[in-house]
Design a protein around this ligand. Structure first.
Ligand SMILES: C[S@@+](CC[C@H](N)C(=O)[O-])C[C@H]1O[C@@H](n2cnc3c(N)ncnc32)[C@H](O)[C@@H]1O
Ligand SMILES: Nc1nc2[nH]cc(C(=O)O)c2c(=O)[nH]1
Ligand code: SF4
Ligand SMILES: [Mg+2]
Length: 235
């Protein structure tokens, strides 16, 4: 059995959401069933990058994670693309046997039995600005598949007022899921520097929306890795 992998990198710090700041190795799966207008990881989505993806066995993936982490257990984030297209159960089993912890980032369109083996599942349903629309039945199947996962949460990217109102409505549907909001980054070209002032301006805009509304359910966070490294790949 083999998997399509766009990149494996780290250790770096988790830049987003509940595990922000945590030393992490990323496994980025190749392939996605969505194509968000603002995707910052098109090199793992667009088929024009397919020839750069690696075809790896679970053993080879695991050897690379072990090499990068020096064999010291840490958190592995399985992201993509949509990692739920593929079967990561063998990789998770190998890592857990050595004391590693696993998180996964997915949009919540495809459910997998291996969600139950994760320590953390981040479901990131896509707001209107993405150009995608959410299949809530599929999202519900992801929640069911993750029943044995101790930390399931939502992370929603916000670009504009419409996204913000959408996120509030979604939060109302899932009041028991911890919610993280992050401002959308419109500058995703890895070869161009990001405008840090613009990043903090977008963060401030989102903070003021939430506090101004007296909406105290979500946590608002920046993409820490973007503040530090811009859109550089592999960090
Ligand atoms: C690249 S995606 C990969 C995992 C999965 N396909 C998903 O979307 O959840 C990882 C996270 O980055 C977020 N993201 C992607 N492009 C972004 C952008 N331009 N600005 C802010 N967050 C972005 C996604 O919404 C998701 O939460
Ligand atoms: N440092 C860092 N943190 C991240 N959090 C989510 C990422 C992703 O692209 O899935 C990501 C990433 O690519 N790098
Ligand atoms: S679902 Fe995730 S990886 Fe796929 S296009 Fe959207 S942001 Fe990119
Ligand atoms: Mg990213």
């Amino acid at each position: 059995m083999t998997l399509r992998i766009a990149e494996i990198f780290g250790p770096t710090i988790q830049g987003e959401g509940a595990l922000i700041g945590e030393p992490t190795v990323f496994i980025r799966a190749g392939g996605c069933d969505y194509r968000c207008s603002w995707c910052d990881s098109l090199h793992a989505v667009d088929s024009s990058y397919r020839h750069d993806w690696m075809v790896m066995t679970p053993e080879a993936i695991w050897q690379e994670v072990r090499r990068l982490s020096g064999g010291r257990p840490l958190t592995i984030s399985i992201s993509g693309g949509n990692p739920a297209i593929q079967d990561f159960a063998p990789v998770i089993a190998m890592g857990k046997a050595e004391g590693y912890r696993f998180a996964c980032e997915t949009q919540g369109s495809i459910a997998r039995p291996w969600f139950s083996a994760l320590d953390t599942l981040v479901l990131s349903p896509k707001p209107p600005s993405s150009g995608e629309s959410v299949d809530w039945a599929g999202f519900g199947r992801c929640l069911t598949a993750a029943e044995a996962c101790p930390n399931v949460m939502m992370k929603i990217v916000i670009f504009d007022d419409e996204d913000y109102l959408w996120a509030r409505a979604v939060a109302g549907k899932f009041p028991d899921l911890p919610l993280y909001l992050q401002p959308g980054n419109p500058e995703v070209d890895p070869d161009r520097p990001v405008d840090l002032q613009a990043c903090t301006d977008r963060l401030l805009w989102l903070i003021e929306k939430v506090t101004g509304d007296g909406w105290f359910a979500p946590r608002v966070l920046p993409q820490l890795h973007v503040l530090v490294w811009g859109n550089k790949r592999g960090v």
